[in-house]
Design a protein around this ligand. Structure first.
Ligand code: NAD
Ligand code: 572
Ligand code: ZN
Length: 349
């Protein structure tokens, strides 16, 4: 099998190549996975179009992809929980397991995490890939491999809604209706939110949000945050208890703070410029707690359960499908959002 592992390799800005890599051998605690479905994330697109995100620079060739599912092809000698033929979702971040964050259960904060397609770690947009067996989740027969791949962004939604404290009866404002805003809509509704309002600057994305369960949509046409906050209050019949910001845009963060009810919570999911100007005194004196999130921890099992039990349906988020050999076209659609693209899925089998 060696040398037959076609992989989508990023050499640097706008230099994506399909190359044959060797088929890797799993370590004693790992599994070899025949890759099936890999979603394109905004971070894959950023590495392709800019060559970096923040301090993470593509210096060596790196395989893209971290939203993935596949079929176990071979197990390392210590693996007892999986067997060849099992269909699995792959949690892309494997932490050190030893530091205080790992031991405390907040393993997403591990400084030594190895996360797929974050330089210099290879991702899994390829035919064969090895991963730690305990970061692979067996899919029930009725859960598709595409749904398995979407567990990754869905886990971001689960983590954000948990950090926000979304519960039965919550009223939630979600800013930004990209894939991450949309998984937050699905999760917030599944966790019992009674009112979910979502904003975006693009009407087509708001339409999808409506279809998947958003109760109110607000098209953002100006940066007048005070007026927009009043409009949202009127639409929702009161200020939201919780705001989950999923655009990273400065005016949207500002709006999120002003729109949130006193004593409420604002979660920053979107990561835009490293420094932004926000009305921090307004948040302070109204006791609006501002919380961040970094990926997720312990969320894959919850995300899988939400799909497997039918509490949420992620299928409407998948708008485009390509084969690995068509990776360049797939990334072009993901980059431009042409044809109303939300989640672009690449099939590797
Ligand atoms: P995306 O670019 O597809 O979606 C962002 C959406 O925000 C777009 O639909 C855009 O039209 C909209 N938007 C832009 N300006 C706006 C404004 N002023 N008001 C309202 N909406 C506005 O990206 P995505 O894949 O959905 O990811 C969203 C953000 O989440 C990104 O910044 C990404 O880096 C971040 N993210 C963070 C984490 C984390 O761990 N914190 C994890 C995953 C993604
Ligand atoms: O699915 C995980 C994920 N995380 C994203 C973006 C997209 N997908 N994050 C935004 C970028 N950061 S980072 O800290 N970084 C590149 C490591 O700037 C991670 C979280
Ligand atoms: Zn991602």
């Amino acid at each position: 099998m060696s040398g037959n592992n076609i992989s989508a390799v990023l050499y640097g800005k706008n230099d994506l190549r399909l190359e044959k890599y060797p088929v890797p051998e799993p370590g004693p605690d790992g599994v070899l996975i025949r890759m099936a479905q890999v979603g394109i994330c905004g971070s894959d697109v950023s590495y392709l179009t800019k060559g970096f995100i923040g301090d993470f620079v593509v210096k060596e060739p790196m395989v893209l992809g971290h939203e993935a599912a596949g079929v176990v092809a071979k197990c390392g000698k210590n693996v007892t929980t999986l067997k060849p033929g099992d269909r699995v979702a792959i949690e892309p971040g494997v932490p050190c397991r030893l530091c205080e964050f790992c031991k405390g259960g907040r393993y997403n904060l591990c400084p030594d995490v190895s996360f797929c397609a974050t330089p210099p770690v290879h991702g899994n947009l390829c035919h064969y890939y090895t991963h730690a067996a305990d970061f692979c989740y067996k899919l029930p027969d009725h859960v598709s491999l595409e749904e398995g791949a979407i567990l990754e962004p869905l886990s971001v939604g689960v983590h954000a809604c948990r950090r926000a404290g979304v519960t039965i009866g919550s009223s939630v404002l979600i800013c930004g209706a990209g894939p991450i805003g949309l998984v937050n809509v699905l999760t917030a509704k599944a966790m019992g939110a009674s009112k979910v309002c979502i904003t975006d600057i693009a009407e087509n994305r708001l339409q999808i949000a409506k279809q998947i369960g958003a109760d109110y949509t607000v098209l953002i046409k100006s940066d007048e945050a005070e007026a927009l906050a009043k409009h949202i209050k009127k639409e929702m019949g009161g200020m939201p208890d919780i705001t989950i910001e999923c655009s990273g845009a400065e005016p949207s963060i500002r709006l999120g703070i002003l729109a949130t009810k006193s004593g409420g919570v604002m979660v920053l999911v979107g990561l835009g410029p490293a420094e932004v100007k926000i009305p921090v005194v307004n948040a302070a004196v109204r006791e609006v707690d501002i919380r961040g999130i970094f990926r997720y921890a312990n969320c894959y099992p919850i995300a899988l359960d939400m799909i497997a039990t039918g509490k949420i349906n992620v299928k409407p988020l998948i708008t485009h499908r390509f084969k690995l050999e068509e990776a360049h076209q797939a990334f072009e659609i993901a980059r431009t959002g042409a044809g109303g693209a939300v989640k672009v899925m690449i099939s590797c089998d």
